[in-house]
Design a protein around this ligand. Structure first.
Ligand SMILES: [Zn+2]
Length: 440
């Protein structure tokens, strides 16, 4: 048995070895870069990448012998974008964003099919400029963990994935209207929590099966129940004991307050958040992931499905804008999350970036939006200084868009011209010639 195990480990190591052999050294000559920590753009910077990390940054770095130089002088270079709220194992057809459509989806598409479908979504994320995603459930039973492993092992391409596994939720999950006879269907997508002890066990299950973090439904809106404070406290204590963060779907001020007092690290959505709960979040250093949406084209689809009038849609948009402004005012830490799980007739990566428009509509400046999707997101993941920044010793996740993002932020809605993840160049449409240095 031991021999078999050793052989298995050898096979598992092969993809990593292959990656190690592909490690490159190159210098990027950037016209402009985004300093995510300071939230400012800097002109004419060079980035030396060695293997998986940024080795050096500065002006006029001299390429050593055999070092490739990539000319991005007419591009803006930013850290790889991070989407902190994805559902890559769910891809509902536009007319199926209903409870019936969801039940049909989970009962007619098996895990393998869902995972294979997500390969296209992952590619679209890379093309849009995302090198990291945090996948927060609705992924069957740990399909997200498998997908994440397949990416790390190099079997498929995609942003690195931090996977939550099934969402820990009160009875019913988020399947509104399931009758008692079919209540068990919720447990195929959610880990239904029955008590604080069960909550502790569920966290250990998740950690055992390889999740990177824990996602809970503080309230499981659109359903009307919620986890108790005791259950959430049990989850947080156990998860933190294993060094894992906990983030909570929560919409009402009551459930946000309860989750924050239970010790969660983040609140997802917070659509009906009030000033008092924002103040509590600021006090406890809890992140807000405002999964807002632009009115067109995505919002229109949601509103149509929900039977909203234009007036209702616009007034809800005003509520969202105000809450984002209040969160900024109260200095709540904000992280970008898209929460897209419907096919909106555009690539998933592009649909995710559409959420930037919602933030712009709320009056958030471009440099802050970029921080939401880079340095703030990295801090929330627990990867400060490693992801979401361009600086020495950071992981070389580097993305470039043609043109000047500082003067024309709309460039970010284009496909990324250059994408490197872990130093490996995955996309290079820059059309620039590369030269190789001759100095030692
Ligand atoms: Zn979600």
């Amino acid at each position: 048995m031991k021999k078999l195990f050793a052989l298995l480990l050898t096979f598992l190591a092969i993809p990593f070895l292959l990656h190690a052999q592909e490690a490159q050294t190159y210098i990027i000559k950037a016209g402009k870069i985004f300093d995510a920590e300071k939230g400012v753009f800097l002109e004419s910077r060079d980035i030396l990448v060695e293997g998986k990390v940024i080795k050096e940054m500065g002006r006029n770095l001299k390429p050593g012998k055999g070092v490739t130089v990539i000319d991005l002088t007419d591009h803006t270079v930013i850290p790889g974008l991070i989407d902190s709220h994805t559902h890559l194992l769910t891809d509902l057809a536009p007319d199926k964003n209903t409870i019936g459509g969801t039940v049909e989806y989970i009962t007619t598409q098996d895990g393998a099919y869902r995972a294979l479908r997500s390969v296209k979504l992952l590619e679209s994320y890379l093309a849009a400029g995302f090198t990291t995603v945090k996948d927060l459930g609705n992924s069957g039973m740990f399909l997200d963990v498998s997908l994440s492993n397949a990416i790390d092992e190099g079997f498929i391409r995609g942003p690195r994935m931090f996977a939550s596994g099934p969402i820990l939720s009160s009875v019913g999950g988020q399947f509104l209207g399931l009758s008692h006879d079919y209540g068990h269907l919720a447990a195929t997508e959610y880990r239904i929590i029955k008590s604080p002890d069960d909550a502790r066990f569920a966290v250990r299950e998740h950690i055992n099966y390889g999740t990177d973090l824990i996602k809970i439904c503080a309230d499981n809106s659109p359903n009307n129940t919620a986890l108790t404070r005791d259950e959430m406290q049990a989850i947080v204590e156990m998860a933190h004991g294993f060094g894992k963060k906990v983030t909570a779907h929560a919409n009402s001020p009551a459930s946000i307050t309860s989750a924050v007092l239970a010790g969660v690290d983040g609140i997802e959505h917070g659509y009906r958040i009030d000033d008092a709960s924002l103040a509590l979040m600021a006090k406890h250093d809890v992140y807000l992931v405002p999964t807002d949406y632009h009115v067109a084209p995505i919002g229109i689809k949601y509103h149509k499905d929900g039977g909203w009038t234009d007036e209702q849609a616009n007034s809800f948009k005003q509520v969202l804008n105000k809450r984002l402004q209040s969160a900024e005012k109260q200095q709540v830490k904000i992280v970008f999350g898209s929460d897209i799980y419907v096919d909106f007739g555009m690539s998933r990566g592009d649909a995710a970036k559409n959420v930037f428009v919602a933030y712009l509509d709320a009056g958030i400046p471009a440099h802050k939006i970029l921080q939401y999707a880079t340095s703030n997101a990295a801090e929330f993941i627990g990867a400060k200084d490693k992801l979401g920044v361009l600086k020495p010793n950071a992981i070389a996740d580097i993305v470039a868009y043609k043109g000047d993002l500082e003067k024309d932020f709309n460039n970010i809605f284009n496909k990324a011209a250059f994408v490197a993840k872990n130093g490996e160049i995955l996309i290079n449409h820059t059309g620039t010639t590369t030269t190789t240095g001759s100095q030692k």
